[in-house]
Write a protein that binds this ligand. Sequence first.
Ligand code: ASP
Length: 439
Amino acid sequence: MKKVVKFGGSSLASAEQFKKVGDIIRADEARRYVVPSAPGKRFSGDTKVTDMLYDCYATAESGKAFKTKLGKIKERYDEIIAGLGLDLDLSKEFEVIEKNFSAKAGSDYAASRGEYLNGIIMAKYLGYEFLDSAEYIFFAHDGSFNAEKTYDILGDKLKNVERAVIPGFYGAYDDGTVKTFSRGGSDVTGSIVARSVRADLYENWTDVSGFLIADPRVIENPEVIETITYQELRELAYMGATVLHEDATFPLRKEGIPINIKNTNKPEDKGTLIVGNTCAKPKYTITGIAGKKGFCAVNIEKDMMNSEIGFGRKVLQAFEDSGISFEHVPSGIDTMTVFVHQSDFEEHEQQVLADIHRLAQPDSIDLASDLALIAVVGRGMKSTRGTAGRIFSSLAHAHVNVRMIDQGSSELNIIIGVSNADFDKAIKAIYDIFVTVQL
Ligand code: ASP
């Protein structure tokens, strides 16, 4: 049994947190490959080491004195080392970092030092081998992740290493120049390591007990999702639910390696299991609800639109020409509506409207702004009659006017457009009908 375990910044923010992590790893022999983030916030208002590094490097790059800032970063690590009682001195490492900052090694290099140094501490603390991700995780010339080379080299290496710490967030180009993933990218490293060793499970340890059915800012104490498929997760994440980096599922989806989101501060909680497929019956008909505000609907009408081949393409061309991506395109017989992010659209509004007129010659165009989209997602909807009926009657009871309905043929997702002002009310109504008042 092989497990890859990734720990987020808040799980490694202090010696006290490190000790919890150590206990978790030692509690299960299968936890052989450890991917740490950089130390995160110890308390609200604290600064993540990654942010301190970006800031320190910006100072260095502008030619100003940066030693005090670097010293503050070293203090964060020294505090952890002392708290763990380790015989470890990072002074030499910091000398190298200082030299490289002066030589303007780049902000990716700078930010990557957060996980690099934490990895050294973690390896020492656990007695695991330390592997520098710059030597095992690769990027192609165009900046994309080089999966083939990485899986070859890292997979080969780990065949011969029983237990290792592989820092998250970064890798390198072929010439050794360090590059990071986007923010929160240690999640991605964890997936890559899990894929490379063909792990049985990728445990992603954070400070929440999994994905919640709805946003806790809208629903008080929402329940945790026990099991979710990759596909459902993608739908919810797209609509704004975040816990895991978006790119973290891609290396694992095809391999059938599940991810378990776990809480370092409550390891006994089961967390959320993310799987490719499951016949486990979902607890509720819906798996989750997520949504975003700030959309605008461009409603286009033209008589006989349904028989005009190419009409849709011409309309969408107008958006493409202004570099605007569309979110949804529900259509009727003689109408077609394009949902776009209001903030993207506003700037190009007149240009897009003129282009639609020129390209598609519609009878009329009508705009509606300040709309929200809510996605009700669940594999359980497919086999359950009346899901849509329950959603819409709950909304009617809550006096929410539905402005748009879009159900994909996969029956995994029903998307509802409401006005921004009705957003919270609508989510509460849907949550209540499926979760609170379990039928
Ligand atoms: N430390 C990096 C960040 O703050 C990467 C990570 O934590 O996953 O974005």
